[in-house]
Design a protein around this ligand. Structure first.
Ligand SMILES: [Zn+2]
Length: 424
């Protein structure tokens, strides 16, 4: 056990180093180690699992073929004789209706249940004597975590319902139709717990102000004005949830970067959220097209994109750089705080995306990123910087000046913060 613990810790630090070095391949390898050893130790590795998932999504070339209980068989391998074929699928509230080319009876379906102890997931498997077309259908039932459909072997297709709570699934047949109904549907839904946030303190930091206007966008939109408007709405949303909120500024005035986190430290804040809007570089060929929401946490990362955004946000306050000093910078990077900030960034980004996607089309998720932002350096608590969108993009500038959009993006940020508090 001691040796697993040791390798667990060493994987963790390898992961952090890889994150700081922007080395996805090592990060993925280390994360796999963290998850495996963490599972062996019975630790909660949800965060690392999510991180692994995120890295794999961003770096598809490193994905190992996954072991699966459903094997993929290509249609050309199938015997194209008298077998029954799947025709179409319809989902209606908690019911899946599968139509076939021929009559189907209960004898054609084998049903069994599996419990995946490691992931604490129940799987309900239906093996159906039929062949799927080339284009595998997909199904979703709200409240059920996953439904997977695949060709299991040359004779059978397989439908698997995966869920972390038990399900009761009924089966009926009607001529060429198979009907699967989740019966305890309301039970499968997660119940909402009530939390008390009255002891939580959040500092919201509207970027720039006064002589520092920040980025200037399409239609002469100023970053300092947009971020103040949105920040006030975040404050309002958080207060509604009972969270205590302080703002680094509530009017158009200049504040040094260093003073912003000093303020948060003095207030003993649990979280620090700096709010900004992005602008494309005038030299960029995509000057008008660039758009998207992104959330940053502090690291020494020198990726091109992070450096550019950080430079833009840092430039009006060189004093901060002298104060924190290039050498001391790394001294402020503490492992636990980076991990917590990374978690917060993930929750905030997801909160914003979930909220905006409910109301708008074409919202771009530019993801969670890391970079050397001076405004985050002095914070003694988890700290993130949200870039609400590109004000150099006409559409996003328009969105960000509209009251309803400002309210929704603020709501999304507040929801992300609440999610972070409830999870941690
Ligand atoms: Zn800014």
């Amino acid at each position: 056990l001691a040796s697993i613990k040791k390798s667990h810790n060493s994987y963790k630090s390898t992961y952090l180093r890889a994150v700081l070095d922007n080395d996805s391949k090592s990060a993925i390898r280390a994360l796999r180690g963290v998850v495996k050893s963490g599972n062996a130790l019975g630790l909660n590795v949800d965060f690392y699992q999510n991180e692994l998932h995120r890295f794999l999504k961003e770096n598809k070339k490193f994905i190992k073929p996954k072991e699966s209980i459903t094997k993929k068989i290509y249609p050309k391998d199938l015997i194209r004789t008298s077998q029954n074929r799947f025709k179409k699928l319809r989902t209606k509230s908690s019911t899946l209706r599968l139509d076939f080319t021929k009559n189907i009876s209960k004898k054609d379906v084998k049903q069994f249940k599996l419990y995946d102890k490691k992931n604490k997931i129940y799987r309900y498997v239906f093996d159906i004597k039929a062949i799927l077309p080339k284009k595998i259908p997909s199904a979703r039932i709200k409240g059920i975590e996953k439904i997977k459909i695949a060709q299991f072997n040359k004779q059978k297709m397989r439908v698997v319902f995966s869920n972390s709570s038990k399900l009761n699934i009924g089966m009926e047949t009607e001529d060429k139709r198979l009907i699967l109904t989740v019966k305890n549907f309301s039970v499968a839904k997660k119940s909402k717990k009530r939390y008390d946030f009255s002891n939580k303190v959040v500092v919201i930091d509207p970027g720039h102000g006064g002589k520092d206007v920040g980025a200037i966008g399409a239609k002469n939109v100023y970053e300092k004005e947009i971020v103040l408007a949105v920040s006030k709405r975040i404050e309002e949303q958080l207060r509604k949830k009972g969270i205590r909120v302080y703002m680094t500024r509530r009017s158009d005035r200049f504040i040094k970067l260093r003073k912003r986190t000093e303020f948060a430290n003095k207030k003993r804040a649990d979280l620090f959220v700096s709010v900004h809007a992005n602008a494309a570089s005038k030299r960029s060929s995509k000057y008008r097209e660039l758009k998207g929401v992104e959330t940053y946490f502090l690291s020494a990362s020198r990726s091109k994109r992070a450096s550019r955004v950080a430079q833009k946000e840092n430039q009006k306050d060189m004093e901060a750089m002298d104060y924190f000093g290039k050498k001391n910078f790394l001294h402020f990077l503490n492992r636990e705080k980076i991990i917590a900030s990374n978690k917060l960034a993930i929750d905030v980004q997801q909160g914003v995306l979930a909220r905006l996607n409910k109301h708008y089309n074409g919202i771009r998720d530019s993801g969670v990123r890391e970079g050397p932002f001076w405004v985050l350096v002095g914070a003694q608590m988890p700290a993130v910087l949200v870039e609400l969108g590109y004000i150099t993009n006409k559409r996003e500038a328009q969105n960000l000046t509209s009251r309803s959009y400002q309210k929704r993006i603020a709501q999304g940020i507040a929801e992300g913060i609440v999610r972070y508090f409830t999870k941690n």
